[in-house]
Design a protein around this ligand. Structure first.
Ligand code: TXA
Ligand code: MG
Length: 365
């Protein structure tokens, strides 16, 4: 347990000049500090905390002024709504107009966990949280630190991913520090996040439900519970000018490192040669390659980062955002990336990668 120390105003200060750093593992809660984090949230402060997906930047979801601070700290567009986080299903009812059978079934199967459900919102949910939409997104994280913190806060906690708007989501407390230190009141460090990709979002305000953002809870897993669901058309393709993603956040350039990212689509047998050829033909640039374990050592004259074993999509997903951030430190001009199957967790990986690449794909088939 380590605490990076603070000189903090009385709890309730609108903004702390000094961020508190509270490190804790799930088996080693620093309970007094977690209580302080809960108090800070309740009183209108901003607290970053670990969840099983990515780090969240929390604020009291019942306070407009606290929620506005989230948009400010992140530089987030105001029409991009926030997810409300609660510790258990019992807290949903006052926030929504109705809970459909499908919603009940998904809650039963996957919550707490890496799933966010979109409901018709109740009056109690402000337009600042919903970004002006008639719906509200709700998630019950299962990470023990997050879950305990939400209990201690005693209010629904609005929390987007704890990154500067447009940058890859934070999967480590150090990422949060890079992006938000001094803009927020406290960072609760719970180590690396388990999944490393944001939660699956399913709209249950309509029937059949619609998948708005793929994540660790896959389309197949959901369909086993509620039957066939629809896929928001913008998940896999560049949104057409007149087609808006139903999850407003999915329309923004996202997950993007500073360097241009290009996805390379070719047969597995020729992939390494193709990328090596591309590197050679661009020899005035510093080039990065986002690779898989088996191929990583075969790339020449490039800064290479392996995401892990191609067969292990969970591992790839867990490492993706850290790798994209790492390339920023390497000052590469251009990153070529291998691609993954768009199935199971691969759908979530490719969804994030395509956004990081601004949908730029080189086809060599
Ligand atoms: O795993 C996660 O979901 C993390 C952790 C911290 O819980 N949170 C997260 O929040 O990824 P954020 O704000 O980075 O992404 C939330 C996404 C955005 O694309 C937003 O537009 C969408 O959810 N969203 C929020 N409320 C919505 C609503 N009422 N209808 C449709 N989409 C909504
Ligand atoms: Mg985000």
């Amino acid at each position: 347990m380590a605490v990076e120390k603070n000189t903090k105003d009385a709890v309730g200060a609108m903004r702390n000049p000094q961020t508190i750093w509270a490190a804790m593992t799930s088996s080693d809660f620093n309970f007094p500090l977690l209580q302080e984090a809960g108090e800070l949230l309740r009183m209108g402060g901003l607290v970053a905390f670990p969840t099983e997906t990515v780090y969240g930047l929390g604020a009291n979801g019942l306070s407009d002024s606290a929620c506005k601070k989230i948009y400010e700290a992140k530089g987030r567009p105001s029409d991009n709504p926030l997810i409300l986080h609660i510790p258990s299903k019992e807290e949903i009812a006052p926030l929504v107009l109705e809970i459909s059978n499908e919603a009940e079934q998904l809650l039963e199967a996957f919550c707490p966990g890496p799933l966010t459900l979109v409901f018709k919102k109740a009056e109690a949910v402000s337009d600042i949280v919903s970004g002006g939409l008639p719906t509200v997104a709700i998630r019950i994280p299962k990470h023990p630190v997050a879950n305990q913190l939400l209990r201690l806060a005693g209010v629904p906690v609005a929390a987007p991913s704890a990154n500067q708007s447009g940058r890859p989501s934070s999967t480590k407390a150090s990422h949060v520090k890079e992006d938000l230190w001094n803009k927020i009141d406290m960072i609760v460090d719970g180590g690396d996040t388990e999944f490393g990709l944001e939660s699956t979002i399913v709209d249950v305000s309509v029937s059949p439900p619609v998948l708005l953002r793929p994540g660790a809870i896959t389309k197949n897993m959901i369909e086993e519970v509620v039957g066939t669901i629809e896929l928001d058309p913008t998940i896999l393709n560049k949104p057409e000018k007149d087609v808006k993603p139903k999850a407003p956040g999915m329309k923004y350039t996202h997950y993007a490192p500073k360097a241009r990212v290009v996805l390379v689509d070719t047969e597995a047998e020729t992939l390494v040669d193709t990328i090596n050829h591309l590197i050679k033909s661009d020899n005035d640039k510093k080039i990065g390659v986002l690779a898989t374990e088996k191929n990583a050592k075969q790339y020449e004259n490039a800064v290479v980062r392996s995401l892990g074993n191609k067969e292990n999509l969970e591992e790839i997903g867990k490492n993706l955002f850290d790798a994209l951030r790492w390339f920023d430190e390497q000052n590469v001009d251009l990153i070529y990336s291998e691609m993954f199957i768009k199935e199971e967790v691969g759908l979530a990986i490719m969804n994030r990668l395509e956004k990081a690449a601004g949908y730029e794909v080189l086809r060599h088939r």
